[in-house]
Structures are given as C-alpha cells and as structure tokens.
Design a protein around this ligand. Structure first.
Ligand SMILES: Cc1cc2nc3c(=O)[nH]c(=O)nc-3n(C[C@H](O)[C@H](O)[C@H](O)COP(=O)(O)O)c2cc1C
Length: 215
C-alpha cells in the first residue's frame, strides 16, 4: 500500500454499490494507514448533515501504540463482560449461525483492538446538556462508507462508553464534548460483501404501519 494516490483512491465506486457492500470489518491488519487517508475518510464524516448545520463533531485519531493499548486494555474486559450472556445463548444449537459469526468477529476485535492501527473516536458538542447522537451518527456512517470506498476496514463500536468518562478525560476532551463512537480502522483481513439483512419488503409498508396493498 506504499503508492496510494490519496486524490483518486475510492473515487470510482458507485455510491449504491458501496452502501450495499459496507459491513462491519473487525479483522484488521496491523499495517499503518497513511494519515492523509484518515483525513480523507474524516472529510466524508465532516460532510454529513446535522441539525441547524451545527456540525458538532470532532474526530480524534489515536495511532500511538501505547495509547491504543490503553484503550484496548479497557475495551477487552468490558466487551467480554458484555458478550458473556450472548455466548451462553450461542451454545443453543438453534442460535442463528450468522449471530454466532458476529459474536466471534466482535470478540476478535475486542481481543485485537490494540493491533488496529487507528482508533478513531467520534465526539460531539452537547446541546442543552444533551449529547447529540442523532447529529453524530450520520457522520459516523459517512466515515464507514468512505472507509469502504478507499478499501479500509472499519466498524462502528460504542462499548468504550462503559469507560466513557475516563476515556473522554484521557482524550482531553472538554466536558461538553463526549465521545459517542469508536471506529477501529485498518486494512482488512477479510473481504467486503453484502451484509446479512432482512429484505426491504419486511421493513417497508405504504401509507401506514399496517399492511397496505401495494397496488
Ligand atoms: C449503535 C451501534 C453500536 C455498536 N456497538 C458495537 C460495539 O460496541 N462493538 C462491536 O463489535 N460492534 C458494535 N456495533 C456493530 C454491530 O454489531 C454491527 O453493525 C452489526 O453486527 C452488523 O454487522 P454487519 O454490518 O457486518 O452485518 C454497533 C453498531 C451500532 C449501530
């Protein structure tokens, strides 16, 4: 990945193809990612819509190995505690295989978080004392899509909030600018592909929530 052209990388993929093939990539190579590429995906984040166009987001990219370890050392036990009940449920043969795969991948991420070359935190200014999650998540999704476009692996995580206040202080964020998401980013070990989702026909109805004839 030595000869990346930051200007052109990711500019060719059709938008809907990128959306259809963006999924959580949690197995990452430890190889470094150029800062300019992180800047490029954050630029996509900074183009997201927000209420009143207030653009409350701040992006903090943690790349220093000791600092990534600091995060990973806290995320790992928190995640293991969080997933324990789900792992127990997964012993049931009737447990869906796709959920089992997701558990394994999420556990892999938790156990290897320190290896992800970039831990990108998304923080945002509060409004009337409230975190503005609804304003930050479009920026997060733009970043995930931009990662997909340029060939980086990424996933949305929020589990760091279980040690969120400590983490925000550690990042030297002002009190009224908490983090809402942690996006581990790196070159993917696996491949992109269509994620397992319900058919749109299970989610879409016309005129009211109840079945409405579509003709
Ligand atoms: C609000 C939110 C919080 C999430 N938090 C975590 C998390 O803490 N750790 C994690 O591994 N994945 C987390 N995820 C990722 C989901 O597990 C993932 O989107 C889901 O499994 C679908 O994955 P797929 O796109 O690969 O099918 C989160 C997703 C969302 C939308």
């Amino acid at each position: 990945m030595a000869d990346i052209d930051i200007e052109t990388i990711g500019e060719q993929i059709p938008l809907l193809e990128g959306i259809r093939t963006t999924r959580a990539i949690r197995r990452l190579l430890p190889d470094p990612v150029p800062r300019e590429l992180i800047r490029k995906v954050c630029e996509a984040g900074s183009l997201a819509p927000s209420g009143g166009n207030r653009q409350p987001w701040r992006f903090i990219a943690v790349t220093d190995a000791a600092r990534r370890k600091w995060v990973a050392d806290r995320y790992r036990p928190a995640f293991r505690e969080y997933i324990a009940a789900g792992q127990k449920a997964a012993r049931d043969p009737a447990f869906p295989e796709s959920s089992r795969r997701m558990q394994r991948a999420a556990l892999h991420l938790a156990d290897h978080l320190h290896e992800a070359p970039v831990l990108l935190f998304v923080a945002g200014w509060t409004r009337r004392g409230q975190p503005q999650l609804q304003a930050l998540m479009p920026a997060v999704q733009n970043i995930l899509l931009a990662c997909r476009a340029v060939g980086l692996g990424a996933s949305l995580t929020t589990l760091h909030r279980s040690f969120g206040e400590e983490c925000d202080r550690w990042l030297e964020l002002p009190e009224n600018c908490p983090t809402c998401a942690l996006i581990p980013i790196g070159w993917p070990r696996g491949r992109y592909g269509r994620p397992p989702r319900k058919s749109v026909d299970e989610c879409l109805s016309w005129e009211t929530f109840q079945n409405a004839p579509d003709s």
